[in-house]
Design a protein around this ligand. Structure first.
Ligand code: ZN
Length: 132
């Protein structure tokens, strides 16, 4: 399974923040009603689930990452082979995304060029000693 990609820590953190510590699982894919969100508290355990299975999409973006409860994750893992359901879940999450703003740390600003140092005129400090 060397090719299997996982979400980055950054993506997981952002997904968790977006979830508000509530399971993001939506719809039949997770054994819920159509369009229904689980909302179970995530205090007892969090799974980061590929909404569209990565075997098909290799998508590890935040949009494809759902912070879900253990129960939902188990359900999906056991029943995971209807691509249309996955698409529905993804669309539901996309809708949520517009309501909940997720802040992702912006990359560090590029360094400003260092200001030119004022070159002070250098005086020759040579003192020729002629003592013999
Ligand atoms: Zn759940």
């Amino acid at each position: 399974m060397a090719n299997r990609k996982e979400f980055t820590t950054k993506t997981r953190k952002a997904a968790l923040k977006r979830s508000n510590m509530r399971c993001e699982a939506v719809g039949e894919w997770y054994g819920l009603g159509p369009g229904q969100r689980c909302h179970a508290g995530l205090a007892h355990g969090i799974e980061y689930d590929h909404i569209i299975l990565d075997a098909n999409s290799h998508d590890n973006s935040l949009e494809n990452c759902a912070a879900v409860c253990i129960r939902c994750h188990r359900f999906k893992t056991a029943n995971h082979d209807t691509p249309t359901a996955a698409k529905t879940v993804a669309q539901s999450l996309m809708g949520m995304k517009t309501k909940i703003k997720v802040k992702i740390a912006s990359p560090p600003k590029s360094e400003k060029p260092a200001p030119k140092q004022h070159a002070s005129p250098r005086r020759s400090l040579y003192a020729v000693r002629t003592s013999l």
